[in-house]
Design a protein around this ligand. Sequence first.
Ligand code: URA
Length: 215
Amino acid sequence: MLTDQDLPWDATPFLPPDQERTLDVLREAARSCRACDLFFSGTQTVFGEGPERADVMMIGEQPGDMEDRAGQPFVGPAGRVLDEALDEVGIDRSRVYVTNVVKHFKWVARGKRRIHSKPNAREIRACRPWLDAELEDVQPRVVVLLGATAAQALLGGKFRVTQERGKPLEDTSLAPYVVATVHPASILRAPDPETRESEGRAFVEDLRTVKRLLE
Ligand code: URA
């Protein structure tokens, strides 16, 4: 088992040279990333997906159980919530690049089930060069941060999604506009159908703001 001392500070040594960084080359290189020890627990690296020049980049926390098996981001229940909301506001999925701040599934066993476990600061930092390279390549007009982990990883630990959700932020280095909102999985975890319904509507409203920024 590798210890923290054996691991590089972050994923930079695993990235291809600057001039070779197309999404396909990055995706291939990320398959053998060992910058943190999550490669032990995840089945495979789940790199971002979408067009090379997408207008919108949506950034979640980390792949879930289904994403880990499929090798694709947002193909499980949270992805369905996201797809439905995008459809409702009329954002064409083919204009969207989806990815995560951490590209391996971190989980703990509960019986036969693999339960999501939140990535820590070191794992997020280790994975960051992949996300920076995706941003550099895609150059989205709008970055959408899905949930507190993604928002705080990119905007700082003091950022509060509850207070800032749905507000276009223009003074970041990520993209011309950044919008933070809740993670679609949080809608699925709502305690009752009414809350789920109202949380779903609020999420759609945040994506309507994104749609307006694209017009
Ligand atoms: N949750 C995420 O944050 N990302 C995924 O890809 C799936 C679920």
